[in-house]
Design a protein around this ligand. Structure first.
Ligand SMILES: Cc1ncc(C[n+]2csc(CCOP(=O)(O)OP(=O)(O)O)c2C)c(N)n1
Length: 323
């Protein structure tokens, strides 16, 4: 069934907002005020937006180092995210974590991890907890194709299939893990496409098509929520910028510029914007209004982050676990 106008605009707004936040971080990064590595999500916005739109507020997500889009799409506060990137005490992890450790439990952001593949078993455990507590909540986890090289994915999915856990595994295949192309690391097409039988809902889709992502995620989430077990969605996409940092810091030479250009033309935000304008769902005046609201919100978040206090030295040893 086609999405309603309201749902389409909401999806577009989420994608546009993530894009503009990423662009602002990119353009300000060389000022060296953000004392954290950043892994920008430009090009992958349709995945976080589509998947999170299919989740309820009380569903949980876990994600990885490329986490800004997931955090924002699940309802995370932008001020708190920017303050975390500035490592300020008002940050969503109180300045202890930086860009790769965004947490917002109130909106189901259970945490992001710099350990590649690290969120996968945690999300699986979250699914087990929901099942044991007899809650009809779903645990979703975002990870890259590089994380799919880690054994923990196979252990986790096997366990989730065995126990029929309500977990949705979302693999963002953006073609690269740092400088290694997916094709040199994965011998198959989709790691779980074949052979999983009826114990695992699987799909491999165009991750740059937000409505397709939403539709597939909605089916996967319904499958998991109804007690039928886990789902695995591979979303094919592309990381437009470098692995980390801003454009200036991106080492050249490991990617063919023609490949980057091809994917720039497939930009999920521009493509969806064009589609919605053609359909008359979006008007140029509404677009101008949306851009202005988002831009003002980003200005305010940077101001909040800049003017917030740094953590004081006396809290340095708080929140540490030791025997
Ligand atoms: C366990 C572990 N191994 C290696 C690294 C170093 N590392 C950081 S990001 C990354 C690549 C991750 O690629 P992918 O999962 O595809 O995510 P992407 O960066 O493409 O979004 C690697 C190898 C790490 N952080 N953790």
């Amino acid at each position: 069934m086609p999405l309603t106008t309201k749902a389409r605009l909401q999806l577009f707004r989420t994608m546009l907002r993530i894009r503009r936040v990423q662009e602002r971080i990119e353009s300000e990064y060389m000022k060296d005020e953000m004392k954290t590595p950043v892994h920008l999500y430009i090009g992958q916005e349709a995945i976080a937006s589509g998947v999170c739109s299919s989740l309820r507020d009380d569903d949980a997500i876990n994600s990885n180092h490329r986490s800004h889009g997931h955090y924002l799409a699940k309802g995370g506060d932008l001020n708190a995210m920017m303050a975390e990137l500035f490592c300020k005490s008002t940050g969503c992890s109180r300045g202890y974590g930086g860009s790769m450790h965004l947490v917002d439990v109130a909106h189901g952001n259970m945490g992001t991890s710099a350990i590649v593949g690290g969120g996968i078993p945690i999300a699986t455990g979250q699914g087990l907890a929901f099942q044991m507590q007899k809650l009809d909540r779903v645990s979703a986890v975002f990870f890259g194709d590089g994380a799919a090289d880690e054994g923990t994915l196979y252990e986790s999915v096997n366990f989730a299939m065995l126990k029929q856990l309500p977990v949705v595994y979302v693999m963002e295949n953006n073609g690269w893990a740092v400088c290694s192309p997916t094709a040199t690391r994965h011998c198959g097409d989709n790691v779980f496409h074949k052979g999983a039988g009826d114990r695992l809902f699987t799909a491999k889709i165009d991750g740059n098509d937000p409505e397709l992502v939403f539709d597939t995620a909605e089916k996967a989430v319904a499958h998991a929520r109804s007690g039928q077990g886990p789902a695995f969605i591979e979303c094919v996409t592309y990381r437009i910028l470098g692995h980390a940092g801003c454009l200036q810091q991106d080492p050249k030479g490991y990617r063919d510029p023609a490949e980057i250009e091809l994917w720039r033309e497939r930009c999920p935000v521009c493509t969806y914007q064009r589609k919605l304008l053609e359909l008359g769902v979006l008007s140029h005046s509404l677009l101008t209004e949306l851009e202005a609201v988002i831009s003002a919100e980003i200005d305010a978040a940077f101001e909040f982050a800049r003017t917030s206090p740094l953590p004081t030295a006396d809290v340095l040893h708080n929140h540490l676990f030791c025997e």
